[in-house]
Design a protein around this ligand. Structure first.
Ligand code: CP
Ligand code: NVA
Length: 312
């Protein structure tokens, strides 16, 4: 069975820790691993726009000795012109892995089911697991550990970042709190999955509507845009409903005095976060953005090694 990374819980707690260890090693010694030497090609497909994901995968694949093939889906036969299953079979004959940013999680699942090479979710409407690996690496660097820390997320509880914090944070043994308006609460199924993981790892999951309650004593404060890609038409109603969830210095004062602030970026100052917090001393957003590179290199190297072992 080919290993894929479509959602955060595709890695067990031990596997997630292993990938994060490898990421830290690769950060220390950036060009030490060449699993893609040849060079082998990795397809990196985008149905949505991107800066960080595109750059970090392109650079990371080259660092690993490989060659990135960036495909804007509108310029390919994807998107209804050719079936996903047929695309998957064409790609697997030529590339070592497929990295895909798309809308529906079901599309990723279909692609993964139809190919023998690893498929990596580079953001879907439901999850952004590569981002959470980078975030966990960043927290580990700044806090020295993950298990037992409280990570509080504010804003759109139903989006990809909130869902990935739930699954990825629980996998790391963290206490994950989500503060969101009731109409934007996380998916019940994701909360149930995260709770089941947390029971094994010693973490916990709490879904709240009160931002002050969620912020109290937090070690890690996180937020994300209120208007995810694909939701642009809902901007006015979203800005109205999320107004109380802005991460500002008042909210940061409720958190632990040594709390750090993360944001996957792009950020909208004055909406989900004040400029004072985003650009302030507790913010570690530039480390977080850099860590996309190291975390994804580790993930690709790990997936390729697993699949080589399985084929042997
Ligand atoms: N955080 C993130 O995924 O950024 P991009 O949309 O720029 O890739
Ligand atoms: N929730 C955001 C994340 C962007 C990296 C979006 O999906 O647009």
């Amino acid at each position: 069975m080919t290993r894929h990374f479509l959602r955060d819980d595709d890695l067990s707690p031990a596997e997630q820790a292993e990938v994060l260890r490898l990421a830290a090693d690769l950060k220390r010694d950036r060009f030490s691993a060449k699993p893609l030497a040849g060079p082998q090609t990795v397809a990196v497909i985008f149905d949505k726009t991107s800066t960080r994901t595109r750059v970090s995968f392109a650079v990371g694949i080259a660092d690993l000795g490989g060659s990135p093939l960036i495909i804007q889906s509108g310029e390919s036969q994807l998107g209804g012109k050719e079936s996903l299953a047929d695309t998957a079979r064409v790609l697997e004959r030529q590339v070592a892995a497929i990295v895909w940013r798309t809308f529906a999680q079901a599309g990723l699942e279909e692609m993964a089911a139809g190919t023998r090479v690893p498929v990596v979710n580079a953001l879907s409407d439901d999850f952004h697991p590569c981002q959470i690996l980078a975030d966990l690496l960043t927290v580990q660097e700044h806090k020295g550990e993950l298990a037992g820390l409280t990570m509080s997320y504010f804003g759109d509880g139903a989006n990809n970042m909130a869902h990935s914090y739930l699954l990825g944070g629980a996998t790391a043994g963290m206490h994950v709190r989500i503060a969101a308006p009731a109409a934007y609460a996380p998916s019940d199924a994701v909360v149930a999955d995260a709770r089941a993981i947390a029971e094994r790892t010693g973490g916990s999951v709490t879904v709240l509507t009160d931002p002050a309650e969620a912020g109290a004593g937090a070690d890690v404060v996180v937020t994300d845009t209120w208007v995810s890609m694909g939701k642009e038409d809902e901007k006015a109603e979203r800005v109205a409903v999320f107004g109380d969830y802005t991460v500002d210095s008042r909210l940061m004062e409720l958190a632990d005095p040594d709390a750090i602030f993360l944001h996957c970026l792009p950020a909208y100052r004055g909406y989900e976060v004040s400029a004072e917090v985003l650009d302030g001393p507790q913010s570690v957003i530039w480390d977080e953005a850099e860590n996309r590179l190291h975390a994804q290199k580790a993930l690709l190297a790990w997936l390729l090694a697993k699949n080589t072992e399985a084929a042997a």
